[in-house]
Design a protein around this ligand. Structure first.
Ligand code: NAD
Length: 327
């Protein structure tokens, strides 16, 4: 008998890769999402196209499966989570989480994974681009810099409480900037790695690309395969988290842009323009994950960025061809 799982948000970036990963491990997989999978056909055994803000859909989602992976959320990169969409983010993601927590309780779910975020960490510890501090036990007193972060913190507490009261084995990871092929690369919800790949791929030789903020703000970025490896390690472990799943290879946004330019082989300049930049510095601290799971991400950023640039550049090329054919 194969194991069974549902991936809520299984049509999204991380969710669709997780569906593939679980299928590869021999699982029977249900995916649930409000939209069809964007860039390739789903490999899920069952795909429910439905809104998890609807309690009945949430119940259908978790019924009859052993493992629930809750990744559905209203989210995006800095351009999306930095103010204008805050009420939708808080309302929609909270409703999804409440429905899934209740449905898991009602149907007797045994194991549930929840994707939290590095955005829960206090702003005060992320003011120095060279020395950010994101250790798991630094989350409180809480002071996230975005409503998205506050909502994730509430999600953590919600699932932990349901876990405690309803015999539910809850696993929580705080993802740090996950990237890779088949992630959103245009439209306003894209994150820095995909956005920079797009800008570079679209830029004519010798031109200049725009980078938001001063460019000295720092982050770390985790390739999708390593993210999933971490999720699976956590699910198979006796540890519940919250635990960081992120890379410790910190880089400034300008250096990330230069890396992408280098990968493209183009001769481009960059200019820093006003734009949302979030906290000044953020990096994963992997002390806890090493201690608890005996594992941590190790792949160099450049490798993942090469694969991602190749994929985004192919999307850009296909779009240009399509536009040319339409005129
Ligand atoms: P994503 O936007 O690609 O995936 C989220 C999916 O949830 C989307 O496919 C979306 O359609 C679906 N969804 C939204 N509202 C829904 C609803 N009402 N009903 C059903 N489905 C709904 O984002 P992602 O990058 O794959 O992120 C997955 C999870 O990981 C999210 O919870 C996100 O907050 C978290 N996370 C991601 C990152 C990252 O760097 N990508 C970092 C930290 C945390």
């Amino acid at each position: 008998m194969s194991k069974t799982a549902v991936v809520c948000g299984g049509g999204g970036f991380i969710g669709s890769h997780l569906v593939k990963r679980l299928k590869g491990e021999g699982y029977w997989v249900r995916a649930v999402d409000i939209k069809e999978q964007a860039f390739s056909p789903t490999v899920a055994d069952e795909y429910i196209l439905g809104d998890l803000r609807d309690a009945e859909i949430a119940k259908r989602a978790v019924t009859g499966v052993e493992e629930v992976y809750q990744l559905a959320a209203d989210m995006g990169g800095m351009g999306f989570i930095s103010g204008e969409n805050d009420s939708e983010i808080m309302h929609n993601s909270t409703m999804i989480n409440l429905n899934i927590a209740d449905a898991a309780r009602e149907t007797g779910t045994k194991k549930l994974f929840y994707s939290s975020s590095a955005c829960i960490y206090p702003q005060r510890n992320q003011q120095d681009p060279d020395n950010p501090m994101c250790r798991e036990d630094s989350a409180y007193p809480a002071e996230p810099d975005s409503e998205y972060g506050w909502e994730k913190l509430f999600g953590e507490r919600l699932f932990k409480t349901y876990g405690r009261h309803h015999n539910l084995d809850v696993k929580i990871a705080r993802f740090h900037n996950v990237f890779g092929p088949e992630g959103t690369w245009q439209g306003g919800r894209e994150k820095a790695p995909a956005a920079l790949c797009r800008k570079v791929a679209q830029a004519p030789e010798g031109s200049t690309i725009e980078v938001w903020g001063k460019g000295d703000q720092t982050r770390s970025f985790l390739y999708i395969d390593e993210c999933l490896e971490g999720v699976r390690h956590l699910m198979e472990s006796g540890f519940g988290g919250p635990v960081n799943i992120g890379s410790e290879e910190m880089i400034s946004i300008n250096d990330l842009a230069r890396m992408v330019i280098g990968i493209s082989g183009k001769n481009l300049n960059l200019v820093n323009v006003e734009g949302p930049e979030g906290v000044r510095g953020r990096n994963s601290d992997n002390t806890l994950i090493r201690a608890k799971l005996n594992w941590a991400p190790s792949q160099p950023l450049r490798l993942g960025m090469e694969r991602t640039y190749e994929w985004v550049a192919a999307q850009v090329k296909a779009q240009i061809k399509q536009t040319a054919a339409a005129v």
